[in-house]
Structure formats: structure tokens, C-alpha cells
Design a protein around this ligand. Structure first.
Ligand code: COS
Length: 378
């Protein structure tokens, strides 16, 4: 399957690429080294209408497609994987509201998110419910006109900056994933506590925190979709999230290739550029092949999503392949840079640390293999 981009897709891609080169790249190293959330960049992304790319224009969204969204995430991640994960988390969080929300919920919450003026988070993971997401302990109990939420979520991207959160909690015990429901929680009405701030190996510009709900009273009209369908909504959202993380990996892979090619041409040893050595040429050849393969897998999954077709298999394939390729080739990119590549502040060193998380979040490589093998064997 080939991908001939439409004029609109090329235009959106160019806006993102130009912005990434001009404004994201110059501060990406400092964002990582100091672990600073790139607030000004996020604000600019809102102004450029890149904080809600595939969602309806009537609620302030970009009205574009998933494929354009994947191209934007790739462009951002090529410069800064932290910025990419901040943006993609904001998108995953909006998805269940767009798909399962009532008209009132959409009108009330989406414009706040689509403008990028307020940030969103997706609260699924808990200390004892990571890969086994259905084992969550957070509860939501109906009390009059409110659900009362109690529990701890962990590893929540945007946790320290989000005002709106889609939260998954058990509304009925003893029936497994069928007892999970989803809620839109507005911090200004139903405050939560921000707990431990993680000091991470990579994607250090995105803030990752615990989120604690202590008798958090959420108006019952903020129940998202049907009672007991929350787990299914989370899985549906994660299919899209896996495409976006795959796109983030393509950006990391492309950056590994960019850095490796530039350095191999410039650096001379034994009287000739590194690029004149077949050992280096083959590493670059393998990188180039996997950039193309990963990008096609991501765009294929995105195109299926746009066509409204099931894409769990393709999303898991794209995420699994792209994340493992990003990890493998970021190590090779350091190898090409020799000792210099190992030094703090070098882009390839950051790319390796950023690549590692892509094999873990949005479902680890093992979870992707569970999804793929279950679908293949059913
Ligand atoms: N879309 C919609 N619904 C889905 C779905 C999808 N892609 N995948 C599963 N479901 C539904 C199933 O149909 C089932 O619904 P019913 O009970 O109505 O039949 C329900 O979800 C439970 O599915 P399943 O039995 O497969 O759930 P498991 O507990 O076995 O979990 C895995 C499956 C491991 C794949 C899931 O827990 C998972 O993805 N874990 C990783 C979580 C993750 O990625 N976390 C990242 C952090 S959040 S940013």
C-alpha cells in the first residue's frame, strides 16, 4: 500500500515540520537536560491548531484526519520526543470524549482542550494495574448526584499540568473489566491531588506524576458513555495512542538517521570520512530501511482508523515494530558517533533514552505481542 499525501496532509505536515525546526529543535536539548515542560511550545501548538488535529471543527478541532495527526507527531518527535508525547497524550484524552461523549459534554469540555489552553490527561494506569489494566483498584461510587472517586493513578503524562482528565474507575466489583467506567474529571470542580513527580530516564520534558483521588466528587453527568464500558473505551483510545507512539518512533528513527548521516560524512578517521567504511554504510542502510518500514506501518494503521475500520492489529504492529527499531537504531547511532555519542547533551544520547520508553508505554512490547497473537490465533 503506497501513500500519496493529499494537499491538505502535505500542508499540515509542512506547518509541523517548519515549526519543529524553527522553534522546537533549538530548545529540545535544554528541555531534556533540565527536565522542563515546554510550556511556550505547547501554547504555540495551540495557536497553530495542532492540539486537536483529527477532531471536529465544530468543537474547535482541526477537522483533519488521523494520518495528518501521525505526520505531525513524527515531525515533532524528530526534534523533541517530549513534545510529541505531551501532544499525543492530549489527543488520546480527547478521543473518548469525541467518540462516546454526549453533545453537552463535547460542548462543555472539548473547546477548552482543542484550543490547547487547558491540558488533558488519561488516567488508566495504577501501581498494580500496568499491563493488566483491568486490575485497577480505583473506585467510583454513586452518591446522589455525584460519583465519588477514590484511588491512586501513576505514571500519568501531563499529570502536573492537566486541568481535565479522563479517568477509569471500577463502578462494580467482581466482574473484571466489565465493571470499569470512564469519567471526565474537571480539576476546577472535582480537585485531585498531584503526587510523586517521576525523575525519568527519557522524555524528560513531559511531566509524569501520580494522581490521587480522595473522595473526589464528580458530577454524575460526567460519566462518559455507558456504565461498565470504560475498559473498552480505553482500549479503543489506546489503539489510536499506539499509532501515535508509532509515529513518535518514526520521528526518533528519522532523527537517528539524520544525525548518523551528517556525522558519518563529517568525521574523518584514518584519513577518510567514517561514511567511506562499509561497517558504517551498513548501519545506515539498515536504519534507512526501518525508517521506511516503520513509517508505512504507522500510516497504514492511521489510514484504517480514518476509514473507520478496526485497526488493533495494525496499530499494535506499527507500535511494536517502530519502537523496537527506534531502540535498536538509537544504539547504532551512538555507535557511529563513538565516544562523543555517549556524552550528555549529544542528540543521539537523548534519542536513545527517549526511544526506550516507547517499548514500555502505551502497552509494552509484550502487551503488543499479546494483542497480535490473540488476534492471529482467534
Ligand atoms: N477496542 C475496543 N474494545 C476492546 C479492544 C479494542 N481494541 N480490545 C479489547 N476490547 C474489549 C474487549 O472486547 C472486551 O470487552 P467485552 O468484555 O465487552 O467482551 C474488553 O475490552 C476486555 O478485553 P480483554 O479480555 O482482551 O482484556 P484483558 O484484561 O485480557 O487485557 C490487554 C488485554 C493486555 C491487551 C490490555 O489490558 C492492555 O492493553 N494492557 C496494556 C494497557 C496499556 O497499554 N497501558 C498503557 C498506559 S495508558 S496511556
Amino acid at each position: 500500500m503506497g501513500f500519496e499525501l493529499t494537499e491538505e496532509q502535505m500542508l499540515i505536515q509542512k506547518v509541523a515540520q517548519d515549526f519543529a525546526i524553527a522553534e522546537v529543535e533549538p530548545i529540545a536539548s535544554e528541555t531534556d537536560l533540565k527536565g522542563i515542560y515546554p510550556e511556550a511550545i505547547v501554547k504555540r501548538l495551540g495557536e497553530l491548531e495542532l492540539m486537536s488535529i483529527p477532531y471536529p471543527e465544530e468543537y474547535g478541532g482541526g477537522g483533519a484526519d488521523y494520518l495528518s495527526y501521525a505526520l505531525v507527531i513524527e515531525a515533532l518527535a524528530r526534534s523533541c520526543a517530549s513534545t510529541a508525547v505531551i501532544v499525543l497524550t492530549h489527543h488520546i484524552m480527547q478521543y473518548p470524549i469525541v467518540k462516546y461523549g454526549t453533545p453537552d459534554q463535547k460542548t462543555k469540555f472539548l473547546p477548552r482542550l482543542t484550543s490547547g489552553k487547558e491540558m488533558g490527561g488519561f488516567a488508566l494506569t495504577e501501581p498494580s494495574a500496568g499491563s493488566d489494566a483491568g486490575n485497577m483498584q480505583t473506585t467510583a461510587v454513586l452518591d446522589g448526584d455525584h460519583y465519588v472517586l477514590n484511588g491512586n493513578k501513576c505514571f500519568i503524562t501531563n499529570g502536573a499540568v492537566a486541568n481535565l482528565m479522563v479517568v477509569f474507575a471500577k463502578t462494580e466489583q467482581g466482574i473484571g473489566t466489565k465493571g470499569v467506567s470512564a469519567f471526565i474529571v474537571d480539576k476546577s470542580v472535582s480537585p485531585w491531588e498531584v503526587g510523586k513527580h517521576e525523575d525519568k530516564m527519557g522524555v524528560r520534558g513531559s511531566y509524569t506524576t501520580d494522581i490521587i483521588f480522595k473522595n473526589c466528587r464528580v458530577p454524575k453527568e460526567n460519566l462518559l458513555g455507558k456504565l461498565g464500558k470504560g475498559f473498552s473505551y480505553a482500549m479503543d483510545a489506546l489503539d489510536g495512542g499506539r499509532i501515535a507512539v508509532g509515529a513518535q518512533c518514526v520521528g526518533i528513527l528519522q532523527a537517528c538517521l539524520d544525525e548518523s548521516v551528517a556525522y558519518a560524512k563529517e568525521r574523518k578517521q584514518f584519513g577518510k570520512p567514517l561514511a567511506a567504511n562499509q561497517a558504517i554504510q551498513w548501519m545506515i542502510a539498515d536504519m534507512q530501511k526501518d525508517v521506511i518500514a516503520a513509517r508505512l506501518l504507522v500510516l497504514n494503521a492511521a489510514a484504517l482508523r480514518d476509514a473507520g475500520k478496526p485497526c488493533s492489529l495494525e496499530a499494535a504492529s506499527a507500535k511494536l515494530f517502530a519502537s523496537e527499531a527506534a531502540m535498536k537504531h538509537s544504539v547504532k547511532a551512538i555507535q557511529i558517533h563513538g565516544g562523543y555519542g555517549y556524552m550528555r547533551g549529544m542528540k543521539v544520547e537523548r534519542l536513545m533514552r527517549d526511544a526506550k520508553i516507547t517499548e514500555l508505554y502505551e502497552g509494552s512490547s509484550e502487551v503488543q505481542r499479546m494483542v497480535l497473537s490473540r488476534l492471529a490465533l482467534q
